[in-house]
Write a protein that binds this ligand. Structure first.
Ligand SMILES: [Zn+2]
Length: 375
């Protein structure tokens, strides 16, 4: 069953129509904020129609829900310099700019300070001080603006990839007649472990939606164009393309583990996915989150209209001579080749073609052949 939008309704911001000259005040946002505005405007963050206020943030961090009880895991925070917050009145409209181009109009609801220690602890856990995103946040003002995105100028969003809004994705799913679609989020090129998971999904569901996150990531992650090129090669050559959707999602990673896994899942629900693949360390970094934390958090959130599909780590076992998990292979660690982004990156650096059980050669060549131009 293709689910309805999450919460009360789909949120979609209309194009800016009114003359904007009469709006005096403007707020320049970061590339990171820009991605949130994009997702608010295009249905991905439904039912959230803007940046959260203090009570909503408290409710999300303490109760894992919006104040109306709808499950939600990641506060949408717009921080701003103190002088700007001070100059804004509640109820007034402000132009949101990126690199001085107007991208949206925000109706200001409130301005407030946030306790960053509390936020970091609730959001990322006790080890937040060594979290890459913590550094990014702490440099910013602790003043925030809440409000609704009332309209946007989509042409002014400087994204590398044109992505679809959720309604367009749903239209494709409907036209193809799929009754079950399993979403897969990634920020890497497809290796054989991914392929194993995709094929398990294709065995069980009408379709798989490969939805790479395109946008700001931490250092060392693969550039966006290489993720997309490698997936295009992969989709053409190794999965039934009529049942495999490839849809880039403009999104800024925050590496918040369980909370982010839930947000990723809700974004896929809003796209029309009935199921969503969740790995052992989904949206994790530097081993901050425990191996079962995602499963525990998503299970505790209860039935939210999309079903998480939990998968174990996949590896290649030389003795089994196939791709396995802990549940299928009886052998010891020495016989196993584990996949990681680092493994693939090192091979690109050395110009060494990976074992065919690690990555398809043509997928690897797509990355290696285009890598020089981007570094
Ligand atoms: Zn084995």
């Amino acid at each position: 069953m293709i689910p309805e939008y999450h919460g009360t309704a789909r949120v979609y911001a209309e194009e800016i129509n009114d003359p904007i000259e009469r709006i005096q005040k403007s707020l320049e946002v970061s590339y990171f904020d820009l991605h949130n505005i994009w997702n608010i405007s295009n249905g991905y963050f439904s039912p959230c129609d803007g940046f959260h206020g203090y009570e909503e943030i408290r409710s999300i961090l303490e109760d894992n829900s919006l104040p109306d009880g709808t499950r939600w895991s990641v506060p949408l925070i717009l921080s701003a310099p103190f002088e700007i917050c001070d100059s804004l009145r509640n109820g007034e409209n402000v132009k949101i700019t990126f690199e001085n181009r107007v991208v949206a109009i925000l109706e200001v609801y409130d301005k407030f300070a946030i306790d960053m220690e509390w936020y970091m602890k609730k959001m990322f856990g006790l080890k937040a001080e060594r979290h890459p995103f913590a550094k990014h946040m702490n440099r910013k003002s602790n003043m925030c603006i809440s409000g609704k995105i009332i309209s946007v100028r989509r042409d002014n969003f400087p994204f590398m990839f044109k992505s679809m809004d959720t309604e367009n994705v749903r239209k494709i799913i409907q036209e193809k007649g799929f009754h079950s679609v399993c979403g897969f989020q990634t920020r890497n090129a497809p290796h054989r472990g991914h392929e194993f998971i995709h094929k398990l999904a294709l065995l069980n569901f009408d379709s798989i939606a490969l939805t790479p996150s395109i946008g700001p990531k931490k250092e060392g992650d693969l550039p966006d164009n290489l993720i997309m090129l490698s997936y295009e090669t992969y989709r053409r050559n190794y999965v039934p393309s009529e049942r495999t959707l490839l849809i880039p999602v403009n999104y800024a990673m925050i590496y918040a583990g369980p909370r982010e896994a839930f947000l990723h899942m809700i974004m896929r629900k809003n796209m029309g996915c009935s199921h969503f693949i969740v790995g052992r360390d989904h949206a994790g970094t530097d081993n901050i989150y425990g191996q079962d934390q995602c499963r525990e958090y998503l299970t505790a959130m209860g039935n939210v209209g999309i079903t998480p599909v939990f998968v174990d780590e996949i590896f290649y076992c030389k003795r089994c001579d196939e791709l396995c998990t802990e549940r299928t292979c009886p052998h010891s660690e020495e016989t196993r080749i584990r996949f990681s982004g680092t493994l693939i990156r090192d091979m690109i650096k050395l110009g060494k073609i990976p074992d065919k059980n690690v990555m398809r050669e043509d997928v690897f060549q797509t990355i290696a052949g285009n890598h020089q131009e981007t570094v």
